[in-house]
Design a protein around this ligand. Structure first.
Ligand code: SAH
Length: 401
């Protein structure tokens, strides 16, 4: 397959307006209303392990694969699709945070970019053990994709039938319509989907040379290409100890804007945001912009709108933005440390004790995928940002370094 409908539109746009900054390219490729990647499809794959259907009742195993027994599909896979344990642990974590907040009568449990709604479903299933929490909870989902919004409705429809769960789920196109009330916010693999800018330094910063060039997208001979143009808006590199000539620095203005807005919101209303994503704890240089199609790494410029585009999340920057907005930040820890601290191995063991041989093999594979350092365990980081009246949330109390 050569090109994509969006490729031709982008070339026309570049002819009209000049080369596009990388973040503008990423924004169009991911969220163009007609041809954008997220707006037109359900990109998530499945890990398999489908057993008894994905309902909300019971404390046992739920389905992972769909009705056709599909095992992979999609372009990428995320932690909640790998194992129900991920969402369950976060659900109990949310209950614990709510209790630490003084168990308010209304709690908005918010998810940014909820994918198929799997994390929220599993979280609520685990939280059913605490009826007062279920009574208090109002679900708010922030989702840009109409296709995924529909998918989330399907996944969560059984929720509405639960006794005690009285408040209908609300969807938001962006964070500006979230209510002024206590919130617990999940963001799993959300920040990596936000558009980034890339800059390259002309000379070592030791030399006091503050000249930067910004990466842009142009086209040549029917193909999109990268070019670096001089810029009057250099990146904020205050978190970086040293940047040498020719090194690339990435910035995510969209993430900073969201953190400032949500940070102010949480500081005023009480609450916590939990971000889990792949990325780096200390600011790092280098190009992490990448594209995935059908679980394969592909050229990010070849088929805009058809491949998932992401970049590593700069967790130190997220923490800085949130603190500027008036929140406290937890240490940045690995997904492995967080899930183990929340009892992942106990939960996997309970499930395994009640599973068939085949299911046990699948559970062990899912456990390793989430936790092992050579899989998602260490590349993925977790950060909690919380209002100043709260203590360090569960799982983050000790610095695991
Ligand atoms: N959290 C889910 C899905 C991760 S994929 C999981 O872990 O499985 C990224 C999700 O963010 C998708 O639901 C996508 O549609 C959504 N998304 C991407 N950019 C967005 C934006 N700017 N605003 C709201 N949602 C967005």
């Amino acid at each position: 397959m050569v090109g994509s409908p969006l490729l031709r539109e982008l070339m026309r746009l570049i002819d009209q307006t000049g080369a596009l900054p990388l973040d503008r390219y990423m924004e169009i490729a991911l969220s163009d209303p007609t041809h954008g990647y997220y707006t037109t499809r359900d990109p998530l794959g499945l890990a398999g392990g489908g057993l008894s259907g994905g309902g909300l009742s019971g404390g046992g195993l739920t389905g992972g694969a769909d009705e056709k027994g599909e095992k992979k599909g999609g372009d990428f896979i995320t932690a909640p699709e790998i194992s129900q344990v991920f969402g369950e642990l976060l659900g109990l974590w949310a209950v614990n945070c709510w209790q630490a907040m003084g168990a308010p009568n209304t709690l908005h449990l918010v998810e940014l970019g909820p994918g198929r709604g799997t994390l929220m479903r599993d979280a609520l299933r685990a939280a059913l053990t605490v009826p007062d929490f279920i009574k208090a909870v109002q679900i708010d989902l922030v989702e840009i994709s109409p296709v995924l919004q529909k998918r989330q409705k399907q996944t969560l429809q059984t929720l509405e039938k639960l006794s005690g769960f009285a408040k209908p789920i609300k969807w938001h196109k962006n964070i500006t319509t979230l209510p002024d009330a206590p919130c617990i916010i999940f963001a799993n693999e959300f920040f990596d989907a936000l558009p980034i800018k890339q800059f390259i330094r002309n000379a070592d910063n030791d030399a006091q040379n503050n000249e930067w060039k910004e990466k842009k997208i142009a086209h040549e001979n029917g193909k999109l290409i990268y070019q670096f143009d001089a810029t009057d808006n250099p990146p904020d590199v205050s978190l970086y100890p040293k940047i040498n000539a020719e090194q690339i620095v990435e910035q995510c203005p969209a993430a900073s804007a969201i953190m400032h807005t949500l940070g102010t919101h949480l500081a005023a209303n009480d609450g916590v945001l939990l971000a889990i994503d792949y990325g780096y704890s200390a600011p790092a240089v280098g190009d992490s912009f990448q594209a995935l199609e059908k679980h394969q790494s592909v050229d990010p410029l070849t088929r805009p709108g058809c491949a998932d585009l992401t970049a590593h999340v700069n967790f130190a920057q997220l923490a800085k933005d949130a603190c500027e907005a008036g929140l406290n930040a937890s240490p940045i820890i690995t997904q492995r440390d967080l899930l183990l601290a929340l009892g992942a191995d106990y939960r996997f063991k309970t499930l395994m004790d009640n599973a068939s041989k085949t299911q046990q093999i699948e559970l062990a594979a899912a456990r390793n995928r989430l936790l092992e350092p050579d899989q998602m365990g260490v590349l993925f980081k977790a950060l909690a940002l919380f209002s100043k009246n709260l203590k360090q949330p569960a799982g983050f109390e000790q610095n695991h370094d």
